[in-house]
Ligand binder design. Structure first.
Ligand SMILES: NC(=O)c1ccc[n+]([C@@H]2O[C@H](COP(=O)([O-])OP(=O)(O)OC[C@H]3O[C@@H](n4cnc5c(N)ncnc54)[C@H](O)[C@@H]3O)[C@@H](O)[C@H]2O)c1
Length: 321
């Protein structure tokens, strides 16, 4: 089985690469081959069984020639994770549409011309929803994005549904909750602070909190998110019964609960490292996202979720200290 990950050098891409290797038996016991693509050189995980072939490609998938070359590698499963994330897509309109919409459409076109019908798994976001929405988002909630990023994800979701309906790909869009705790440094996502307020205090550093403490968020740990991405690759198309978009399970957590989880791990003094500094741009984007979901479809398809915020923090500490 040949798996291609576009956006492989990113936070989710790197974890997904490892998860695919770990889940090798479920994916394809013998002939697993991975093609890791990113505009930044993707790194090969170390100590991998020599029976697994890994090639890395440093390339911009929004370039037409590159898109054709990648499509012609005819992977069985393509994960499309590459994106200009929410904060940057909002501040740089042209860049967001070029990378998130035009490039994705061009890539889908290149795949269509190969006549290979790969599984195409796309990482979308709860940013496809915006107010007004019902208190609990169900699988049937209409899409009403209130950011450029959310609009761009919505457009690609629809393209994937139509290309799937036409039999050009076997598309599956997974709407990921916000991923917390993101390791490393903050990125350009408007929701980046949700990780910073945990990660930075635990490292003895200050973090800016740009929204009120009673705000809530729909989150998932990186570990559970990549398990769900692999589960999507394993799912038999018949089980999907025509579904091409799924809201992944997550947990609802308030900022206050996140701060409590940090304090319960590292002590009261850590609360002083979280500095309240209102930011309207971030507040307008992140607080327009829903935080409560009924993910019946995902649960029936055996997608999984974290148990609580404390276990997410514990998992982060275990992996990164
Ligand atoms: N992290 C989250 O909280 C979250 C939540 C919902 C959805 N998502 C989606 O999941 C995906 C992965 O998220 P992430 O947190 O790993 O983001 P990330 O920014 O860490 O990774 C994205 C990767 O895409 C690459 N990329 C961007 N443009 C490219 C191009 N033109 N050609 C090749 N590579 C390109 C980047 O270099 C980066 O390595 C994104 O599509 C994001 O929108 C993430």
């Amino acid at each position: 089985m040949h798996i291609m990950i576009i956006g492989a050098a990113g936070m989710i891409g790197r974890k997904l690469t490892k998860e695919c290797i770990e889940a090798r038996a479920q994916l394809d016991g013998k002939n697993l081959s991975l093609t890791l693509v990113d505009i930044v050189e993707p790194s090969k995980p170390e100590g991998v069984d020599p029976g697994i072939t890994i090639q890395t490609i440093k390339a911009d998938f929004s370039d037409q020639k590159t898109a054709t070359i990648l499509a012609n590698l005819t992977a069985d499963i393509i994960y499309h994770l590459a994106a200009v994330v929410s904060g940057e897509a909002e501040s740089n309109f042209d860049k967001g549409y070029a990378a998130n919409v035009s490039a994705s459409w061009q890539f889908l076109e290149a795949i269509r011309k190969t006549n290979t019908t790969p599984k195409f798994i796309f990482s979308s976001s709860l940013a496809v929803y915006g107010p007004p929405f019902s208190e609990t988002i169900t699988d049937n909630q209409c899409l009403r994005p209130s950011s450029s990023y959310g609009t761009q994800k919505t457009i690609v979701e629809y393209l994937i549904s139509d290309y799937t309906r036409k039999g050009f790909i076997q598309g599956l869009t997974l709407r990921l909750p916000t991923i917390v705790v993101r390791p490393g440094v903050p990125n350009a996502a408007a929701s980046s602070f949700l990780s910073s307020i945990i990660r930075e205090p635990l490292a003895g550093e200050k973090a800016i909190l740009p929204v009120e403490v009673n705000e809530r968020a729909w989150i998932s740990s990186p570990g559970i998110a990549v398990k769900n991405l692999v589960h999507a690759a394993i799912l038999k198309p018949a089980k999907l019964k025509g579904i091409s978009t799924i809201n992944l399970p997550g947990i609802t957590v308030s900022i206050e609960q996140m701060m409590e989880a940090v304090i319960s791990t590292g002590g009261n003094s850590l609360s002083k490292l979280i500095i309240k500094e209102k930011n309207e741009m971030i507040e307008n984007i992140v607080c327009s996202w829903p935080y409560k979901f009924d993910t019946t479809v995902a649960k029936n398809l055996k997608f999984i979720k974290d148990s609580d915020i404390n276990s997410i923090v514990d998992q982060y500490i275990k992996e990164h200290s």
